[in-house]
Design a protein. Structure first.
Length: 153
């Protein structure tokens, strides 16, 4: 599996996602611009000493990342307002779970162009704006891994 963070802004969230990727042997993709420096203390603290165990890539922009996606690798865009729940699709081992910036999410034009792969996490209280990014990543990733029988566990 692959996790893609598009322009992440908050170091502890990215550090927590890196730690999750290390524990699950999931590849992490960070797409610039980043809202922090990769040597940020908070980033390292949240990722603890797991960074050496993370297979990760840094991309200068979205198009550079997209050029590396191999045939068969599907991009799933997780963002509020999606037409389907994340639990309604069958994930494959080479899929990419794409998440946007903490303050702005994914670009609307990207979501509209990929409507068939736009997924949402249900939220029941209309007064809440969003869930924490690292929680969302964990939720969807573990559903994908569950569907695959937790291979490699």
């Amino acid at each position: 599996m692959h996790i893609v963070l598009v322009e992440p802004e908050i170091p502890p969230n990215t550090g927590n996602v890196a730690r999750l990727c290390a524990a699950t042997r999931t590849v992490l993709h960070l797409i610039e611009p980043l809202g922090f420096k990769l040597d940020d203390t908070q980033l390292k603290r949240a990722g603890m000493d797991y960074w050496e165990h993370v297979q990760w890539h840094r991309w200068r922009h979205w198009d550079e990342f997209c050029a590396t996606v191999q045939p068969g690798g599907r991009l799933w865009f997780i963002e509020s307002g999606g037409p389907r729940l994340y639990s309604e699709v069958k994930f494959n081992p080479h899929d990419f779970l794409v998440f946007g910036r903490e303050t702005a999410g994914l670009p609307k034009n990207l979501l509209e162009r990929n409507r068939e792969h736009w997924l949402r996490i249900p939220m029941f209280n209309p007064s809440t704006r969003s869930l924490n990014l690292s929680n969302c990543v964990a939720l969807v990733l573990f559903e994908a891994l569950r569907q695959q029988g937790f291979q490699g566990g």
